[in-house]
Design a protein around this ligand. Structure first.
Ligand SMILES: *Cc1c(COP(=O)(O)O)cnc(C)c1O
Length: 354
């Protein structure tokens, strides 16, 4: 740290992303990326012609991309926001909809970026404990007068709320924004996008990073009332109106055109998830029922750290978190069927060697 850094940022602890190793090849089951590549429409869209056009700025309105998302989700262009990854949208939301007397609230065990954004923007927050089985009690979020941020399905547990439970939270907080982070919704949970027509305080955030195989492109999108979208646009145009580059824009539009390909991949991943969960349970693991592209698992005889280390030695990367309540869990991203057959084999060897 230099002596120049502004006082308010000196104690900031930034988000620590999952490892992206360069030294050897691992089977990466640690950052919830898709094991499948983008589809052919995306590969064709990122063309020589589009690359040559990089001399020009991209469309700051992102009109074509917004229109294609609006059509797919049955909303108007004015209800759509797009930005450089959904992290970018979460950042704007904390900047825009909390602070001063408005606190933020989110589950204690959830996406690790939420407290980072809150601290970055000097937003006071309450981290609400989950129940014993990691389920979220909607009653904890009723009538709170705070910016409420809920990942549905939640990360890293994979547990989801149903539409009625989400609606209750949105309906009882009409004077503040309720942000539902649907990064994993395509893997089997119920989306609440339709509720934006009924409630002007709901902001639904999604991403191309997980179910649409484009973590490297950095593209997030959100649906909300026209008012909330215009607030987000105001902040985007006060920071970086060109945050979505031309290649990513072309890739995003193409991905929406071949939506069925990605939804089919999601079905495969859900099948592989259930196969993996069954295999782990057979070996005595506690496995949290998941509606996402990962499993949250605990060995009954080995610490979370030991399992993670031994898996690494066998070439499998999984993710573990520092919160002591979940230190004995590992989050395992679902790869291809072959990846997970190998993973189960590695786990079984680790158990036998012990
Ligand atoms: C991965 C993830 C994100 C971030 O997605 P990007 O679009 O890649 O920035 C947001 N929220 C949750 C809960 C995630 O797991």
């Amino acid at each position: 740290m230099s002596k120049f850094l502004r006082e308010r940022y000196r104690k900031l602890e930034s988000y620590v992303p999952g490892e992206q190793p360069k030294d050897r090849t691992f089977v990466k089951l640690n950052t919830n990326e898709s094991p499948y590549p983008p589809g052919t429409a995306v590969l064709d869209a990122v063309s020589r012609q589009e690359t040559a056009a990089l001399r020009l700025y991209p469309d700051p309105e992102c009109g074509a991309l917004k229109d294609s998302l609006a059509k797919l989700y049955g909303v108007k262009r004015a209800n759509v926001f797009v930005a450089n990854g959904s992290d970018d949208i979460l950042n704007f939301a904390f900047m825009a909809f909390a602070g001063g007397r408005t606190k933020a609230m989110f589950p204690e065990i959830s996406y690790g970026f939420y407290p980072v954004f809150a601290r970055l923007h000097g937003v006071e927050f309450e981290a609400v404990p989950l129940q014993e089985d990691f389920s979220l009690n909607p009653e904890d979020y009723v009538c709170k007068n705070s910016l409420i941020v809920i990942a549905n399905p939640n990360a890293p547990t994979g547990k989801a709320l149903d539409l009625c439970e989400i609606e209750k939270i949105v309906r009882t907080n009409r004077d503040n924004v309720v942000l539902i982070d649907e990064a994993y919704v395509d893997f089997g949970a119920q989306s609440c996008v339709e509720l934006i027509h009924k409630y002007d305080n709901l902001l639904v955030v999604q991403t191309f990073s997980k179910s649409r195989s484009m973590a490297g492109a950095r593209l997030g999108f959100a649906f909300s009332s026209e008012g909330i979208i215009s607030d987000l646009e105001k902040l985007k145009f006060s920071t970086n109106p060109y945050s979505i580059n031309r290649l990513t824009m072309a890739a995003g539009i193409a991905a929406v055109e071949e939506n069925d390909y990605y939804m089919e991949n999601c079905r495969k991943i859900m099948d592989t998830r259930e196969y993996t969960a069954a295999g782990l349970r057979q070996m005595g693991f506690a496995v949290v029922p998941s509606s996402a592209n990962f499993l949250f698992v605990r060995s009954r005889i080995m610490s979370g750290e030991e399992l993670q280390t031994k898996l690494r030695e066998k070439g499998y990367l999984v993710r573990r978190f520092s919160n002591e309540k979940i230190a004995d869990y590992n989050r395992v991203t679902i790869g291809t069927r072959e990846d997970m057959e190998g993973f189960l084999q590695a786990v079984s060897e680790i158990m036998e060697e012990r």
